[in-house]
Write a protein that binds this ligand. Structure first.
Ligand SMILES: C[S@@+](CC[C@H](N)C(=O)[O-])C[C@H]1O[C@@H](n2cnc3c(N)ncnc32)[C@H](O)[C@@H]1O
Length: 282
């Protein structure tokens, strides 16, 4: 019997077309090679090298193709890297500080772009550390714009303030030292409203911060909330026993995904950045 030329053909699996999709395909091939009966070590070595090149080249390439950071931001990152954070335990119950907390070049430029795109004038940051992201956002603000930055650690806050004084945009940043939950409550009491909110502090506090921003009138009607580390090193989908931060982020992502008041998108930049906007009107 000949095949019916008009019969629908079976759908083929979609071809991977993104760096991550291609990487997954290469790793799947490697797993097959390793598990297969006629293991070809040369092909395994080649496959591992290809997968490594693809993964290792991504961040440097993003950096090369993104607008360079300003000299003020570059020196902020350099000063943070040169500081011995191990001699400082962290304060206010926060995790010990480390240079890796700084968001850095590409994410800093994305935050700047979001300030421009939303035409933000009032920005709220929860978790300032040494001020890299606060300064990046301040650089994109109009002259009368302000960043209100919350930081629980007095040492980090002083470190940031010293640098802000040495830059021409630092005067746009107002630092509030103390637990962010208390600062947000104070800001709400005095009727502060923000166009853009960047949350990058203790992961267990994230849901409380977003809830406060949404419920207490801190977000302008067109406002945007950006939340960092929402992929948390892959723990939400890879770990049987995730660490406390992995548990907190998995719960946070679930709560946001099921909150009918908001729309959100998770951008897989660095450790994940979720953009959230309100779709109902309070
Ligand atoms: C990841 S770092 C912030 C990095 C910064 N946004 C940047 O991109 O350079 C997190 C910061 O949040 C601060 N933090 C932790 N818990 C906090 C809290 N409850 N209230 C305010 N700040 C907090 C930490 O002290 C730390 O400096």
């Amino acid at each position: 019997m000949s095949a019916d030329p008009d019969a629908p053909s079976a759908p083929s699996a979609p071809r991977p077309v993104t760096p991550m999709g291609i990487l997954v395909g290469k790793l799947a091939d490697l797993v097959d090679l390793l598990d297969g009966p006629d293991r070809d070590d040369a092909a395994v070595r080649r496959g591992i090298r290809d997968a490594y090149d693809l993964a290792a080249g991504l961040d440097p390439y993003l950096g090369r193709c993104t607008t360079p950071e300003s000299s003020a931001l570059r020196s902020r990152a350099a000063a943070t890297a040169a500081h011995d954070w191990s001699r400082h335990a962290g304060s206010g119950g926060a995790a010990p500080l480390e240079q890796e907390m700084l968001s850095g070049h590409v994410e800093g430029q994305l935050l700047k772009m979001l300030v421009h795109a939303t035409r933000a004038r009032r920005v709220l940051e929860v978790g300032m550390f040494t001020g890299y992201s606060a300064l990046a956002m301040a650089e994109a603000l109009p002259e009368d714009g302000r960043v209100v930055a919350c930081e629980v650690d007095a040492h980090a806050a002083e470190f940031a303030e010293r640098c802000f004084r040495a830059t021409d945009r630092g005067h746009r940043i107002d630092i509030h030292v103390g637990p962010a939950a208390a600062t947000l409550a104070e800001l709400a009491t005095v009727g502060e409203v923000f166009d853009l909110v960047f949350i990058d502090a203790d992961k267990g506090g994230y849901l409380g911060y977003v809830t406060a921003v949404l419920d207490d009138g801190l977000l302008a009607p067109h406002g945007l909330i950006c939340v960092d580390n929402t992929l948390m090193q892959g723990q939400p989908w890879t770990c049987d026993e995730p660490a406390a931060n992995g548990v907190a982020i998995a719960a946070f992502n679930e709560a946001v995904a099921t909150d009918p008041r908001v729309e959100q998108v998770v951008i897989p930049l660095r450790d994940g950045l979720t953009l959230i906007r309100r779709v109902d009107r309070p």
